[in-house]
Design a protein around this ligand. Structure first.
Ligand code: 13P
Length: 252
């Protein structure tokens, strides 16, 4: 059975004092139960300090972005090995905000995915359609192109050490959530696309849902057969909200 991953993407939020309160609240309130893991992804500036705050817990640390380059004259960039060095296990690649606002193409995202894995990080590959694309009936095509760029660059075997997050752009930060059925349909499509390359491996890949996930809609979403956790923005910034989602993922 696939484990759940409950991942918080803090985006560009936080402060030294605020992070301390948030992380200590999460660590103290981690729900009993098995079959799930928690992850927090703070901004780069706080990775080291949050790594310290997480010591002794089994909550994992991840970054929100990474350079596709290893080292050198790339002012302002952060390399995969640096993330590994400060204690990251995961890194988000291809978040829709990076695609839309920072010009990350499918090819750049694929290069970041490959570079992250090269340093021993687990990439969380984000895919998802905009409202216009959904209304035009091109959701599956858009997601296929996003997935195929990575499959071409890294090969199906790379998904043994990676996570996928389906994040419909229209559901991010809008309070509009995909219904469990809408999300499940896309998750199943993603799994089938991977299964076209390797059916056994496809059955093991964690596929998270992201987009206005909250404590009250988490049980319905996590109850779907192909939804293996959440990539949570707004609700990961308050310990109790984040813990409510973790509680929905915890099994007896
Ligand atoms: P919200 O949970 O705030 O909608 O954000 C989702 C997201 O983009 C996580 O990466």
């Amino acid at each position: 059975m696939r484990e759940f991953l409950v991942a918080g993407n803090w985006k560009m939020n936080g402060s030294a004092a605020g992070n301390e309160a948030l992380v200590s609240g999460i660590v103290k309130g981690t729900p009993d139960g098995v079959g799930y893991r928690m992850l927090v992804c703070p901004p780069f500036a706080y990775l080291s300090s949050v790594a310290g705050l997480l010591k002794g817990s089994n909550i994992a640390l991840g970054a929100q972005n990474v350079s596709q380059f290893d080292s050198g004259a790339y002012t302002g960039e952060i390399s995969p090995s640096m993330l590994k060095d400060v204690g990251c296990e995961f890194v988000i690649v291809g978040h829709s905000e990076r695609r839309a606002m920072f010009g990350e193409s499918n090819e750049i995202v694929a290069a970041k995915f490959v570079a992250a894995q090269g340093a021993g990080l687990l990439p969380i590959l984000c895919v998802g359609e905009t409202l216009e694309q959904r209304e035009a009936g091109t959701t599956e095509q858009v997601i296929d192109a996003q997935l195929d760029a990575v499959l071409d660059a890294a090969g199906i075997g790379a998904f043994e050490q990676a996570v996928i997050a389906y994040e419909p752009v229209w559901a991010i930060g809008t309070g509009k959530t995909a219904t469990p059925e809408q999300a499940q349909a896309v998750h199943l499509h993603i799994r089938k696309r991977l299964a076209g390359h390797d059916g056994e491996l496809a059955g093991r890949v964690q596929i998270l849902y992201g987009g206005s996930m909250k404590g009250d809609n988490a049980p319905g979403l996590l109850g779907m057969p192909d939804i293996d956790g959440g990539l949570i923005g707004g609700a990961s910034l308050k310990a109790n909200d984040f813990l409510a989602i973790a509680a929905a993922a915890a099994r007896d």
